[in-house]
Design a protein around this ligand. Structure first.
Ligand SMILES: [Zn+2]
Length: 408
């Protein structure tokens, strides 16, 4: 006896008493420890056609998976059911409804594209993701086998939303192979046996195995949220129904925040961001020019200090510089001087960062040893080679200067 597929023609019965006509321990890989339960009829649509199976229960027993193998709908459960047991099936009807909204929106968009361009649907799946708050987000991802411009997609999307407002019937039929000969329909496969067609009156006829809505108005809204060229055709991502509305609310809130930050009017955020980007680029260019000027000034100051200094150690606070500039100051000046140069930079409440260097002529100074003394005497952190050390020093500039005076 074959299971009667209630969901084929009735997607809104979400509770049904059924009889178990077979129950066996599963031998299938991945389903060990589960029972395969076959019932006289079922409201559970199995996984297939790019969509997951329905979720729900047999009485209080959670259904782990629903698959169709060799025309048999198999419910996988942990519990063994005796033959002829009556059990109440219950599915998650809100999940099914959202899936139908997205799935039927995809049919509608594909039907309109097919009518306008003759392209076929060559790929489809419902993507289901949970966010960090464990909220489900569904979107439909579909491929068509020809190019569609952004302008045309806008028009197609509007046509689909007008079809939703038109409230045309959606229904499924199960024609015989003979009857199907006279019905033009879209299909990814050459199906002649067990053909099921989902019809959106006036817009689409498509071979499909998933439950469908009763009217286009139940789709509520469809929005193509992304599109890109894909294998000579297009890949479209769309959100429909509750998922589209939730997305709109989220985008609206986000946009409100941006409008406030940019003090701009609704719909003008892009221009406002462009203006800010231009200002940022200008400010960045100014900063680079000022940094260059600062380095030139500091180089001059350091050179004078080196020329006038009698000491071996020169401590130089290069205010406003970063590590790159501090290194340039050290490297550019150790060549000519038989001195060790300690450049302090990046002053904070906790002290300074430093880079220190010397050239090979200063044979009686090892910066490795100096680093050890700095760690001991100044509580400094860091180290390096004989010629170059770097790290951080807590404390005031005057203390650091006094420390190096003592080393001279
Ligand atoms: Zn379908």
């Amino acid at each position: 006896m074959k299971t009667e597929r209630i969901f084929d023609t009735d997607a809104f019965t979400d509770t049904l008493e059924v009889s178990v006509i077979e129950c066996r321990k599963s031998q299938r890989e991945g389903y060990e420890n589960l029972y395969e339960v076959i019932t006289d009829s079922t409201i559970f649509a199995p996984e297939g056609g790019g969509q997951k199976c329905d979720e729900g229960f047999f009485d209080d027993e959670k259904v782990k998976d629903v698959r169709e193998f060799d025309n048999e709908i198999i419910h996988f459960l942990e519990k063994e059911f005796a033959l002829n047991t009556k059990t109440i099936q219950k599915i998650d009807s809100s999940l099914r409804f959202r899936r139908m909204q997205n799935h039927n929106a995809e049919h509608l968009i594909c039907g309109i594209i097919n009518k306008k361009f003759g392209y076929d649907n060559v790929g489809f799946h419902l993507s289901e993701n949970y966010d960090e708050n464990n909220n489900l987000h569904i979107e439909a991802i579909m491929d068509v086998d020809g190019p569609v411009s952004a302008e045309d997609l806008k028009e197609i999307e509007m046509t689909a939303n007008l079809a939703i407002a038109e409230n045309v019937p959606i229904y499924a039929i199960l024609p015989t192979a003979e009857e199907a000969k006279d019905i033009p329909y879209r299909s990814k496969l050459d199906i002649s046996e067990n053909l099921r067609l989902v019809i959106i009156d006036g817009y689409d006829v498509c071979a499909c195995c998933a439950p469908c809505l009763e009217s286009s108005a139940q789709i509520q809204l469809v929005k193509i949220v992304d599109f890109m060229p894909h294998r000579g055709g297009m890949r479209l991502t769309l959100k429909a129904g509750i998922d589209a509305i939730e997305d709109y609310i989220k985008l609206h809130d986000d946009n409100k925040g941006v409008m406030k930050l940019l003090s701009c009017e609704r719909g003008n955020c892009t221009d406002a961001v462009k203006r800010i980007n231009e200002k940022l680029t200008e400010a960045h260019e100014d900063k680079i020019a000022l940094k260059k000027q600062l380095t030139v000034m500091l180089e001059k100051e350091l050179k004078e200090k080196i020329q006038n200094a009698g000491n071996k150690f020169i401590v130089f606070h290069a205010e406003g510089t970063d590590e790159v500039q501090a290194r340039i100051l050290v490297n550019d000046n150790i060549g000519s001087a038989d001195k060790a140069i300690i450049v302090l930079f990046d002053k904070t409440d906790d002290g300074f960062r430093f880079v220190a260097g010397k050239n090979g002529n200063l044979t009686d100074v090892s910066l490795k040893d100096i680093a050890a003394k700095m760690r001991e005497g100044l509580n400094a952190r860091g180290g390096g080679s004989e010629q170059m050390i770097q790290g951080s020093i807590p404390g005031e500039e005057s203390e650091i200067k006094a420390f190096f005076e003592g080393l001279n």
